[in-house]
Design a protein around this ligand. Structure first.
Ligand code: FPP
Length: 224
């Protein structure tokens, strides 16, 4: 049985769900947030230590302004309303991605990280304005500035995910089979599960089924 320490998720399908069920993409994002809350609860129940969620990519800025503004308002409200509850549940929050948002949002992200820094239950890594290629380029630049030998062990110290173990599994909902510039280095040996359901329809039983499947996979890491 494989232990599950870290689950990463590409929460895809909000827009399609919203258009199909409520005639607006943004309604899909609102429904997607409910799934986020369910999956946080389910992860805690399963004693998972790290949950990394792809909430906004460096490419998502290309979307209509109305949708981008809606997503950031949703995030801001979520943090303002839920920070206390997340903290009480001993959850640690970390944000990965380039942090060049409004002064207020930057302040809120810093506050959330600082407040929950010593929490030990579940660590949620929220990928916001995140792109793996930029992360890798920045890590190469960081590496160049040091005299340290170029090797894996030294290189990973320059990634935004330093101190976070690599994901054991990646789940992507929304019936799309690609990585979309997410954790390209870190997913090198992760098991990947592509799920047909759209993110707002994904529920804890779907999640548990994937976790069970993962547990029984023989992981070779290049060995036989
Ligand atoms: C991808 O679906 C989803 C996003 C770009 C945003 C993810 C956001 C949430 C789940 C809600 C907010 C979360 C937090 C933590 C505040 P898509 O819109 O690309 O779906 P589509 O492929 O159907 O267009």
């Amino acid at each position: 049985m494989n232990p599950i320490n870290h689950v990463a998720i590409i929460m895809d399908g909000n827009g399609r769900w919203g258009l199909k069920n409520k005639k607006s993409r943004n309604a899909g994002h609102k429904a997607g947030l409910k799934t986020v809350e369910k999956i946080i609860k389910a992860s805690m129940k399963k004693k998972i230590k790290f949950l990394t969620l792809f909430a906004f990519s460096t490419e998502n800025w290309k979307r209509p302004k109305k949708e981008v503004v809606y997503l950031f308002n949703l995030l801001e409200d979520f943090l303002k309303n839920q920070l206390e509850s997340l903290h009480k549940r001993n959850i640690k929050l970390k944000f990965i991605g380039s942090r060049n948002f409004s002064k207020n949002l930057n302040k809120l992200l810093n506050l959330a990280e600082k407040k929950t820094l010593n929490n030990e239950n579940l660590q949620i890594n929220l990928a916001l304005n995140y792109g793996s290629k930029i992360e890798l380029l920045e890590a190469f630049k960081g590496m160049q500035k040091t005299k340290a030998k170029v090797n894996e062990r030294n290189f990973i110290k320059h990634l935004q995910t330093k101190n976070i173990p690599d994901p054991d599994l990646l789940i992507r909902t929304g019936n799309t089979n690609r990585l979309s510039n997410f954790l390209l280095w870190q997913l090198a040996y992760s098991e990947i599960f592509f799920e047909k359901k759209l993110w707002p329809d994904f529920n804890k039983n779907d999640y548990y089924k994937i976790l069970d499947k993962f547990k029984s996979i023989k992981r070779n890491f290049g060995n036989i």
